[in-house]
Write a protein that binds this ligand. Structure first.
Ligand SMILES: *Cc1c(COP(=O)(O)O)cnc(C)c1O
Length: 362
């Protein structure tokens, strides 16, 4: 008896496990497991998607023209160099599938986003990790790991789950140190939250050559994760490749409409960024008062560190928080068994987390 066998690599994938969204007892949980924007989507995005729903019998604009124009206007980028996807996850998968295959290597950082190895295995390529220093991408280690088989190098900037970032100068040093045939993908999913002078989202490297792509998403500050919407800013030749391999209608009409409205609502974006700045630093301060460390984060989430032995481990904290209907993200699958990642929620949600942690460490 024989049965269909998937291509090499597929069964090496550890399936992506999303953040939990429910707790025992049917209580409405405080969901801080997926870095979804604390304040929800812009009311204008909801209105636009609702309006679009009346036309759901129509196929969407396959080229997402209005959306690319809105993105281009907001970030001063040429819309011709933008490709939209059903979440940046789709674009990650399409880029890997297009530029790497069996025998090739896909390089990423030790605690880099888990979709990178998943996409590599899916394409039959080998994911290769470069060690980090101090929970940050180590540029020299990345360059050292890049060899003739390396086809793609991913850097999440800022990185999820660590919350750390590399500076514009470091990013440039990485690009200069990689062989030119290596596609550098700067995944700037949290770019809109970062207000550091030395941070760049990588767009300048896209403009400077033919071998760097920047990825962005509507799932984080724009809080449209349920719509599945992301975009790539890429050199013309890579835009052409993505437009060949993507589905002709890969972004739904409702997602496009919501995306345009969200992109144009600058006041709401600024409100979300300011909220995150304020609540993130307040939360880190409160956690420190409890004797727990956090990793410095420029995203909308923070890693809380727990002792590796005794009563107050991260696993115990995870269970305790869940018993209070608070859902953090365990990150043991990243090789980080002593941390929990906590998304920055509303003021009330974060006060509840601090109260629960205070009871936990008692
Ligand atoms: C959330 C996230 C994404 C994916 O977002 P989509 O919902 O697929 O757009 C990509 N990269 C990183 C680093 C993320 O944290």
């Amino acid at each position: 008896m024989t049965s269909p066998v998937p291509k090499p690599g597929i069964l090496e994938i550890s399936p992506y496990v999303g953040g939990k969204s429910s707790v025992a007892g049917g209580v409405k949980p405080i969901k801080l497991s997926s870095n979804e924007g604390a304040l929800g989507p812009s009311p204008k995005a909801i209105e636009a998607a609702t309006r679009a729903a009346t036309q759901m019998h129509r196929y969407p604009d396959g080229g997402a023209g209005a959306l690319r124009a809105a993105i281009g206007k907001r970030f001063s980028l040429d819309p011709e160099r933008i490709v939209c996807g059903a979440g940046s996850d789709e674009l990650i998968a399409l880029l890997v599938k297009s530029y790497a295959g069996p025998g090739d290597e896909v390089l990423y950082s030790q605690y880099g986003f888990v979709m990178y190895p998943i996409a590599a295995h899916s394409a039959g390529a080998v994911p290769v990790q470069a060690p980090e220093k101090g929970y940050r991408t180590d540029i020299d280690a990345m360059i050292a790991k890049a060899g003739p088989k390396t086809k793609i190098c991913f850097v999440a900037n800022p990185n999820n789950p660590t919350g750390s970032y590399v500076t514009g100068a470091e990013l440039k040093r990485l690009r200069d140190g990689l062989p030119p045939h290596v596609l550098l993908i700067v995944d700037a999913a949290y770019a809109e939250y970062v207000s550091r002078n030395d941070y760049t989202n990588g767009a300048e490297l896209v403009d400077a050559g033919e071998n760097t792509v920047m990825l962005r998403t509507f799932s984080k500050i724009f809080a449209l994760g349920g719509m599945r919407l992301g975009w790539a800013y890429a050199p013309a030749k890579i835009v052409d490749v993505l437009n060949r391999v993507r589905g002709p209608f890969n972004v739904s009409a409702a997602a496009q409409a919501a995306g345009v409205a969200a992109m144009e609502d600058l006041a709401f974006q600024e409100k979300c960024r300011a909220h995150n700045d304020r609540v993130l630093s307040w939360f880190a301060g409160e956690v420190a008062k409890l004797g727990l460390k956090t990793l410095p984060s420029v995203g909308n989430f923070v890693m809380v560190e727990f002792p590796s032995t005794g009563r107050h481990t991260a696993a115990a904290a995870n269970e305790f928080l869940m018993s209070r209907a608070i859902i953090p993200r365990a990150v043991a699958n990243y090789g980080l068994p002593d941390h929990l990642r906590v998304t920055i929620g509303t003021d009330d949600e974060m006060k509840a987390v601090v109260a629960a942690l205070a009871d936990f460490v008692k």
